[in-house]
Design a protein around this ligand. Structure first.
Ligand code: PBG
Length: 324
């Protein structure tokens, strides 16, 4: 009790304060999303400052620079030239993501870790995450397509696959397809609890993946729900998922903590585009200190229980000179 107990004693000195910090942040915690397109050259993404749609050549240069700055893990999103209702181009062995994976692995080998997001919204003309019948996304036919897509990523040399379409049974389907084709060592990171969120706005601009009509509420989770996240994770675990994920991150820190308390698997969270761009916009106006706010928000995800963070800020770590 006061006056003997004074918590401020341990806060006064910077060295002591830092050495008893309960959580810390490192560039190793981060996975950087990259947008690769089939056009030639780079294209600025207006709603996500510092991020570009890259062609393969510019991606290799960009990644080389980022790797020198300490970024080792990347997750790829492809923006194809042509789209159709059934995403028929997605699993092409010469598709943009497949080419990007093989170019990165050829150039950087085991110095780099390449994840591929697996979803169809960038490949369908209607912008939904699977095969559409009227306004309903068909689950099981989308699973079959996902298996083919996963195998094409595996053949290109991907290190990990992350299915983001929120189809029921996706982890089981991909695990079976990979195992039956000699890829049993490729891990799956489930977008286990992915909410239907307005914070994805800038990403859909970046990836040209907004649904033409309707929304994703029929397959992504309702932001009102907490217990349902546990059911989603339970199923992913039963289906053999390797890494769990919660998405988005900042408005869902409670979910991250719930999952961390209950499961022993590694846990990732996706610090999504909207969470990034609002800080960038606030800083551009001079209203907040960009670096301090970004680092505080990332640290809150670690504190909530995330082991890994998919984050656009990995790029800024390099410009801020944070190499550890
Ligand atoms: C594809 C996908 C989305 C994001 C990652 N994968 C968009 C969506 O579900 O509409 C969003 C990422 C971000 O906002 O940074 N399904």
């Amino acid at each position: 009790m006061f006056p003997e107990v004074r918590l401020r004693r341990l806060r006064e000195n910077k060295i002591l304060r830092e050495s008893i910090a309960e959580n810390s942040l490192s560039i190793n915690d981060l996975i950087l999303p990259l947008f690769i397109h089939e056009e030639v050259g780079t294209h600025e993404i207006k709603s996500m400052p510092s991020h570009y749609r890259l062609d393969i050549e510019s991606m290799l240069k960009d990644v080389e620079r980022l790797m020198l700055g300490g970024v080792k893990k990347f997750i790829l999103f492809g923006i194809p030239k042509s789209k159709d209702p059934t995403a028929s181009g997605a699993d092409d062995s010469k598709g943009i993501v497949q080419l990007a994976i093989s170019a990165l692995k050829k150039r950087f080998g085991n110095e780099i870790y390449v994840l591929a997001d697996l979803c169809f919204c960038e490949y369908t003309s209607h912008g939904h995450c699977g095969i559409l019948e009227k306004s309903h996304v068909l689950n099981d036919p989308t699973l079959e397509m996902s298996q083919r897509l996963a195998l094409s990523y595996a053949q290109a040399g991907v290190d990990m696959i992350a299915p983001s379409g929120m189809m029921d049974g996706i982890v089981h389907s991909l695990r079976t397809a990979l195992d039956n084709n000699g890829y049993s060592s490729i891990p799956i990171m489930g977008y286990s609890a992915k909410y239907s969120s307005a914070f994805y706005g800038p990403f859909r601009d970046a990836a040209d993946s907004a649904p033409e009509s309707g929304d994703r509420k029929g397959y992504q989770m309702n932001p009102a729900n907490r217990l349902e996240a546990i059911r989603e994770v339970d199923l992913d675990v039963l289906e053999g998922v390797d890494i769990l994920m919660v998405k988005p991150a900042l408005s869902y820190l409670d979910i991250i903590r719930d999952i961390k308390n209950k499961y022993d698997l590694p846990l990732a969270c996706y610090n999504v585009s909207g969470e990034y761009s609002i800080i960038k916009a606030g800083a551009e106006r001079g209203w907040i200190d960009e670096q301090a706010v970004a680092l505080e928000s990332l640290l809150s995800m670690k504190r909530a229980g995330a082991d890994l963070i998919l984050s656009y800020w990995a790029r800024d770590f390099v410009s801020w000179g944070i190499t550890k």
